[in-house]
Write a protein that binds this ligand. Structure first.
Ligand SMILES: NC(=O)c1ccc[n+]([C@@H]2O[C@H](COP(=O)([O-])OP(=O)(O)OC[C@H]3O[C@@H](n4cnc5c(N)ncnc54)[C@H](OP(=O)(O)O)[C@@H]3O)[C@@H](O)[C@H]2O)c1
Length: 333
């Protein structure tokens, strides 16, 4: 059965820069796994905001990358490239991709894959790797969140936000999260946030300072930026850290950088897709050692909001851009 690999596959192509309607099924060759790669028959693939930017022509792909979107997937190992280790044919895996998740097959370095965690369905696993790798490398590697610290997650009901809330709690932080409706705030609390802040009716600086008796929070993980930035610098405690993975609210702002100096703050950010295979391998190895065991202990839950068949990728993008969703939107084969 595993040898039954067709020559071509259905993928979702971006026919031209534009709205969700430019996502159209097409046909491409099934790739051969290169040395160190495994070929995955894709069961599910998570949708990410970056896919929408890519579709609009606003996310330059790394040199040499495929033009088929899709940063993460789950599925079954159906072929091993030369020297690929750690997996066997038939294993259920989830993978961090540069591209190609919106298809039926993807070839990916084995070091960017993990076995599907205990108790997680193959469909839910399709939405794990981009969010978990992003949260780990930023919240734990870059801004070093520690047990006992107070952490603020902006966009708490996003795929990234829910993952960060759960990991911050699992590693002993106190968690505040912002979201844009009461339903989204309830979701943040359900996934472990100590306090959820509806940013449309409450000021996160006021709530954060009250929660910490005026001291301020230790770390903030943000995807909004814009006019949040001066307020975040204000809210951070001495030695506080601020990290960006997106600036959806704007990249240019007037802020008092004197606060960075006076309070010994660290401001940083990163992107994941452009990193080398070796850098991604080290993030994935850290997840395997420090995070994957938490699934078996019941400390993490998946957050699939809605699934769509691969051919309906355009509907999945429209839902993401409506911002109605809570958690992950997933394409299934
Ligand atoms: N740098 C990296 O390596 C990296 C990796 C992965 C993801 N990301 C970024 O992280 C962010 C979250 O990703 P995701 O896939 O989890 O997306 P998502 O689920 O769509 O989350 C975005 C959420 O942010 C909130 N939001 C606040 N201000 C917004 C604004 N101005 N425009 C749109 N949404 C706004 C929305 O919730 P409310 O209704 O509560 O406002 C929305 O649900 C995205 O921007 C993505 O590009 C970066």
């Amino acid at each position: 059965m595993l040898a039954n690999i067709p020559a071509t596959q259905t993928v979702i192509e971006i026919t031209r820069p534009g709205g969700p309607e430019v996502l159209v099924p097409g046909s491409r060759p099934v790739p051969e796994p290169k040395a160190g790669e495994i070929l995955i028959r894709i069961a599910a693939a998570g949708i990410n905001r970056a896919d929408c930017l890519q579709r609009m022509g606003r996310y330059p792909m790394p040199p040499g990358a495929s033009d088929i979107p899709g940063l993460e997937c789950s599925g079954t190992v159906v072929r091993l490239g030369e020297g690929a280790t750690g997996f066997e044919l038939g294993d259920s895996v989830c993978a961090l991709l540069v591209a190609d998740g919106y298809g039926e097959y993807a070839a990916v370095p084995a070091v960017q894959c993990l076995k599907v965690p205990q108790g997680v369905s193959l469909v839910d696993a399709g939405g794990l790797m981009e969010t978990y790798c992003t949260v780990w490398t930023n919240v734990f590697d870059r801004i070093h969140l520690k047990a006992g610290e107070v952490f603020l997650q902006q966009g708490g009901s996003s795929g990234i936000g829910i993952t960060a809330i759960q990991l911050a709690k699992a590693f002993g932080a106190k968690v505040l999260a912002t979201a844009g409706s009461e339903e989204k705030c309830q979701a943040c609390r359900d996934y472990g946030a100590d306090v959820a802040i509806n940013y449309k009716t409450e000021d996160f600086v006021t709530v954060g300072k009250a929660f910490t008796n005026g001291r301020g929070v230790d770390a903030i993980f943000d995807m909004v930026g814009g006019d949040y930035i001066p307020r975040e610098l204000d809210l951070l405690a001495r030695e506080g850290r601020l990290c960006f993975v997106a600036l959806m609210g704007g990249t240019k702002v007037t802020a008092d950088f004197g606060m960075i100096q006076r309070k010994h703050l660290t401001v940083t950010g990163s992107t994941l897709r452009s990193r080398s295979v070796a850098e991604k391998a080290s993030i994935v190895a850290a997840l395997k050692e420090k995070v994957w065991p938490l699934w078996a202990h019941g400390k993490l839950r998946t957050c699939t909001y809605k699934t769509f068949p691969l051919a309906e990728a355009s509907k999945a993008h429209a839902l993401m851009e409506s911002s109605q969703h809570i958690g992950k939107i997933i394409l299934v084969n």
